[in-house]
Design a protein around this ligand. Structure first.
Ligand code: BTN
Length: 324
């Protein structure tokens, strides 16, 4: 059940353009006016900026810098994405929590965000390094009405969203390495892990896991990834507001997802190819069975990698590692 404190924050947020009287709050929350006053003092101590004017009442004018459900929802301009946000300081992996709660009929668009992950998951069962307060570690639960074989399109859509937001916010020029790595100057700054629960012809839910290295300095990254990974701070030489970045991701994601559900994959495919790394160039491909070099010619309608082999044939690949 929602705590009195959270209900109070919601009431202040809903009425942020006006003052609300202590009496109104006390009637709504069924607590005394002096209890309201004590709550306000506690909120101010926690970094909430609240104006209290005699005879007028209270008004919230700012949220603390630290991530919290309320702070993330404050000013978030989405219709359905992030209507429920679950924020935790430390988790093993936001993917684990997302799977747990998705089994319990959690609504489409629920977002799980952590300040730190102790066992972050990357693709191919790799570990995803997710240190405290340095990056964006979040998972989105979706219940799309598309066929399961089309779910990889959502990974490509998510990669376009990250590339759009990173370029708009930071003016960096991100590139996408198939299927989901976001690179700046050849170094990885973000990744996406899509996991799904489905029957033969119906998706129960999809979890899109997004990890972005935001405010890491070189030495904040483990030495084994320092040569190939970077962060937005390292590429721009400035600190970034993580809360604002998350909100931009949610707004852009919702817009792109709505467009995709309404009009299909064509728009995503075009955008993805415009961000694509090494398109039209030779790449090295590794699958479980073999390794070879081919020309990267684009992506197929179902999100598969399209390569042109030396013998002139075009091949569609669903699972491979690419390099150059
Ligand atoms: C990759 O590039 O290999 C994918 C990395 C995905 C990392 C994110 S961080 C939030 C979510 N929780 C996880 O444990 N993994 C994803």
């Amino acid at each position: 059940m929602e705590s009195t404190r959270n209900k109070l924050i919601h009431l202040l947020e809903e009425n942020k353009d006006t003052y609300i009287s202590g009496q109104f709050l006390s009637d709504k929350l069924n607590i005394s006016r002096s209890a309201i006053w004590k709550h306000m003092k506690e909120l101010q101590k926690d970094g909430y900026e609240i104006e209290g004017i005699p005879k007028k009442g209270y008004r919230i004018v700012g949220f603390p810098d630290r991530l919290s459900e309320n702070a993330l929802q404050w000013g978030l301009k989405t219709d359905w994405l992030g209507k429920t946000i679950i924020h935790k300081e430390v988790v093993t992996s936001t993917q684990h929590i997302a799977h747990q709660i998705a089994q319990e009929n959690t609504e489409h668009g629920t977002v799980i965000i952590a300040d730190e992950q102790t066992n972050g998951k990357g693709r191919m069962n790799r570990h995803w390094y997710s240190s405290r307060d340095k990056g964006i570690w979040l998972s989105i639960i979706l219940r799309p009405s598309i066929l399961p074989y089309l779910a990889p399109q959502l990974t490509l859509l998510s990669a376009c969203v990250l590339a759009d937001v990173i370029s708009q916010q930071s003016e960096l020029i991100p590139k996408i390495k198939w299927p989901n790595d976001i690179l700046v100057d050849g170094k990885k700054i973000a990744g996406i892990l899509t996991e799904m629960q489905a029957e033969q012809d119906q998706i129960q839910y999809v979890v899109i896991g997004i990890g972005i290295n935001v405010n890491h300095n070189h030495n904040d990254l483990p030495s084994d990834i320092q040569a190939k990974a970077s962060s937005i701070l390292m590429e721009t030489n400035r600190n970034w507001d993580i809360k604002h970045f998350i909100q931009q991701i949610l707004v852009t994601f919702e817009k792109e997802y709505n467009e995709y559900i309404e009009h299909g994959f064509t728009h995503v495919k075009k955008k993805w190819e415009s961000y694509s790394f090494k398109i039209g160039e030779p790449i090295r491909i590794s699958t479980l069975k073999s390794q070879w070099t081919a020309i990267f010619s684009g992506i197929a309608e179902d999100g598969a990698l399209l390569v042109r082999n030396n013998d002139g044939t075009t091949e569609k690949l669903y699972s491979a590692e690419i390099d150059w």
